[in-house]
Design a protein around this ligand. Sequence first.
Ligand code: EPZ
Length: 417
Amino acid sequence: MDKIIIHGGKRLTGEVRISGAKNAALPIMTASLLGAGVHTFHNIPNLVDVQTIKKLLSSMGAKVDTEGTTIRINADHIDHCEASYDLVKTMRASILVLGPLVARMGKARVSLPGGCAIGARPVNLHIKALQAMGAVVDLKEGYIEARAKRLKGTTIYFDIVTVTGTENIMMAACLARGTTFLKNAAQEPEVVNLAEVLNGMGARISGAGTDVIRIDGVDALSPAEATVIPDRIEAGTFMIAAGMTQGDVRILDCNPRHLDAVITKLRDSGMDVIPIENGVRVTGCETRKSVDIKTHPYPGFATDLQAQMMSYMAVAGGLSVITETVFENRFMHISELMRMGADIVIEGNRAIVKGVDHLRGAPVMATDLRASASLILAGLVAEGKTELSRVYHIDRGYEAIEQKFSALGADIRRIKA
Ligand code: EPZ
């Protein structure tokens, strides 16, 4: 397996361009199942998860062509309404084909995703909502088998804010008979991006970006042409890296309005985050101040930036309490950070991080996508050499990450297995 080697201590300077958002591209690509014809999507990032969803759509009969960051999906002939365990186990977001398949084809057989490193991550709320819309759903041999002649509009209340749950049911409701209200809906920018794409296909959605989304069902949808928003989690990762290394970086092709909670905390820690044309300029300060973080669904502090922020707080000048409220096991990076000299104590879903003068490079292991990013950030500021293994995790959600950091002056390289 590939490894990433970092020799820490370099200030990051220069500019970096942010890729399209993984968590917008995935649902937008599955939305192509809702309508026949050729769908064209721009600013699609080149990621392992995007390759997986392409494979999944092709396995169903869609034709997928890629030209740079533009993807064309022809969903005229969907003749296999199934997402196999082999594909779903590598990427939970495959569950996003469930809603579109039931809505357009009247049936779907999708493997239950199973758990992952950060938590059990059930999909009970997706299933419950489809059942409320009239689908018959059975769980057989680890698969969800769902069918419905035509879904019916209804009011769905999500007990827990769920991003892909909101996306799955919003897509399904587009072709339902009547009106659907999603209450306690996810408000992430990726949900808004998906709603814009669906409305461009002829759907009638209002309220996306708030906690109540209304969808008036229509009989058919037409092909889309749309652009994926910038990846706010990649942008946030580079902002934190720029601050941690006390650098001076212009982060381009990003939308700072998608990161208000994160930017507020970075400014509280002493960083300057200055809006510029098409992005932000981030300069780190001498005294990196400790701040407390509590993750929340959007517009709260993104759970997908919790691990990266913990690496930063590990070298800040005080005590930081980091509380993870979204996932039950998203502290896997802590033991690896402690091997690098971080001083962190876990108390339930809280981590007490006492900043140290410096971290020490070490061989460390990635456990999940965002934990991998946090270990790279730690390596950038650690004294000596850090060797990160299992980098396949990071390739799922970051495009050419070592090239981007190297272009900013980091001493980072990948060694092929
Ligand atoms: C999406 O995952 C993102 N993935 C995750 O990003 C992100 O961390 C998460 O939202 C939270 O923001 C994609 O968009 C592809 P949830 P999702 O449903 O939708 C519980 C990354 O690093 N829940 O919002 O799977 C669940 O267990 C990834 O890019 C149920 O209990 O997350 C969790 O505790 C990681 N039952 C909470 O809700 C359900 O049916 C939020 O999960 C669904 C969810």
